[in-house]
Design a protein around this ligand. Structure first.
Ligand code: ASP
Ligand code: MG
Length: 416
């Protein structure tokens, strides 16, 4: 008998009819002889709706009360699910985070799971019940309700799978899995069968929205294989697993883009020790996250230009902050920037042992007449900042050039 954790997202439980469908899907799996633990999100749109209510009460809602409020969305879906299962003649128990005991730290609205007590779940499974657990919530050591941050139900599922030593953790969503790129942008995008944790982490942080990034970190840490798949079909989705030999042969696994960033340059800054800290300390003190940074020396002039990216929503704030930096450093070129940029990236563990990947990317973009304004690389990723209007063209050209639309066939490498 296998123990399976299945998580269903907001669109999968968006109304009572859909909750019934999920219940019968879960029972189908149970009737094959498995023990079932189910994690549910709130109905789609519900967490946003509750957030709006909160904002109508307090400009910056109290975070403890916010958690009491937001955790109610999942309370609704799990209780309805349990009723649906009972109506189908089977048995089920719903459990809130503090009933399971999913213990978290006390960082309201962005709590981290510290431990999970599996006793109650295991006892209920042994009684033959389906156990349905509220996603995204826990309780701190003082008994306060906490939530894990938006999208946190994926993490609940992976954490439960790890704690219960489950045989599988399946994340059901409204797409069929993880794709080589955004299918809305490129019609040759293909579902990936297997992808490594590290690649998924890069894809998730770069803009792919299928899985919440914290859940992948958790899965990697505890080696929980995740199966991301569609609620609305029976087809196999994407397995997110430990890296293996076959994956290394595949040079690029996916192309991704992120339009949430903006680019800022402060130029003509006197090139002296301490200049970077003068620029970036006020920014970090304002809790603004900086992503890429490039420093360019203007040889002969004794000055330097600093270009970096921040979240687009932080753009105005950052430019304002830099006014006083321009004054205090005497930067002659002032501050310029652009809010209409895209970060486009290629990701693949195969990059670790293949060369020339970045240069292929640059030449593909050049052939399309697309200018690159910034470049950054990691062991398994190359990212370029380009003008936003070229996003679609760049995605398609790169997807084509790395042949991501074709089925991957592993070729044995012969060492001579
Ligand atoms: N309901 C929460 C949200 O919408 C958690 C989740 O669905 O994962 O962010
Ligand atoms: Mg989600």
């Amino acid at each position: 008998m296998a123990l399976i954790v299945q998580k269903f997202g907001g669109t999968s439980v968006g109304n009572p009819e859909k909750i019934k469908n999920v219940a019968s899907r879960v029972l189908g799996k149970k009737n094959e002889g498995n023990q079932m633990v189910v994690v549910l999100s709130a109905m789609s749109g519900e967490t946003n709706r509750l957030t709006e209510f909160a904002m109508a009460m307090q400009k910056i809602p109290d975070t403890r009360e916010m958690d009491v409020l937001l955790s109610s969305g999942e309370q609704v879906t799990i209780s309805l699910f349990a009723m649906a299962v009972k109506a189908m003649g089977d048995d089920c128990i719903s459990l809130l985070g503090d009933q399971v005991k999913i213990v978290t730290d006390s960082s309201h609205t962005k709590a981290r799971i510290e431990s999970i007590d599996t006793e109650k779940i295991t006892a209920s499974l042994d009684e033959g019940k389906v156990v349905v657990v509220a996603g995204f919530q826990g309780v701190d050591e003082h008994g306060n309700i906490t939530t894990l941050g938006r999208g946190g139900s994926d993490t609940t599922a992976v954490a439960l799978a790890a704690a219960l030593n489950a045989d599988a953790c399946e994340i059901f969503t409204d797409v069929e899995g993880v794709y080589t790129t955004d299918p809305n942008m490129c019609n040759t995008a293909r579902k990936i069968d297997r992808i490594s944790y590290d690649e998924m982490l890069e894809l998730a942080s770069l803009g792919a929205k299928v899985l919440d990034i914290r859940s992948v970190t958790f899965a990697k840490q505890y080696n929980v294989p995740i199966h991301v798949r569609s609620t609305f079909t029976d087809t196999e989705g994407t397995w997110v697993v430990e890296e293996d030999k076959e994956m290394e042969g595949r040079i690029v696994s996916g192309v991704t883009y992120n339009r949430n960033e903006a680019r800022i340059t402060i130029s003509g800054v006197p090139d002296q020790p301490g200049i970077a800290t003068k620029i970036f300390t006020p920014i970090s003190n304002a809790d603004i996250i900086v992503d890429m940074i490039i420093q360019n020396q203007n040889t002969g002039e004794g000055t330097t230009d600093m270009t970096f990216t921040v979240l687009r929503s932080d753009y105005e704030r950052t430019v304002k902050l830099l006014d006083s930096v321009v004054e205090s450093t005497g930067a002659t070129g002032g501050v310029q920037g652009s809010e209409t940029i895209t970060k486009i990236s290629i990701v693949g563990v195969g990059m670790r042992n293949h060369s020339g990947i970045a240069s292929t990317m640059f030449s593909v973009l050049a052939n399309e007449g697309i200018n690159i304004s910034m470049i950054s690389t990691s062991e398994i990723k190359v990212s370029c900042i380009i003008e936003e209007k070229y996003t679609e063209l760049a995605v398609r050209a790169l997807h084509d050039a790395f042949e991501l639309g074709k089925d991957y066939v592993a070729v044995e490498e012969t060492l001579v």
